[in-house]
Design a protein around this ligand. Sequence first.
Ligand SMILES: [Fe+2]
Ligand SMILES: [Fe+2]
Length: 188
Amino acid sequence: MSTNKTNRTTGQDAVALLTADHKAVKALFKQFEALSRQDDADEEKAALVARICDEISVHAQVEEEIFYPAVREAIDDDDLMDEADVEHASAKELIAQLESMSPGDDHYDAKVTVLGEQIDHHVEEEQNEMFAKARKADVDMDALGEQIAARKAELGAELGLDDDAPATAQAPSSKSPNRARKAPAARK
Ligand SMILES: [Fe+2]
Ligand SMILES: [Fe+2]
């Protein structure tokens, strides 16, 4: 049954997993907001924005590869799904720009802020409309959750993301010259 909220591998169905991602990314944008009020935070900003871009990219990719196709087929609302596609494309464009920029560049902070606002809007539509419709249509959220978790782990490993800790990711200390994605390997 798809109403079960857990599965063996991750303990999270697709909606729980994607919603946790949304929360984690929102927390990272909040960190950026705080940093953007500080002077001399360029290194931390760069690391944090790299992390934000990676987290969103992985999340968008698993949605596009696994979640969206299943939901599109189940809910019969192409307009809603098309809008989500366009919002992803627009986020990716801003991410591509940010990835070739540095803190201090013209409009850098504004681009991060606008990306955050666009993601907020997108997340609201997913959580309030898409996920609800998918649940009603009886999409198998446990099976999708398992696939998404596996794919996320794969993509996260490729990027060197710490898969377990996106929600609590701290802005790196100003002493660290490394980008956030190069987190130390030994955490256990
Ligand atoms: Fe999305
Ligand atoms: Fe999402």
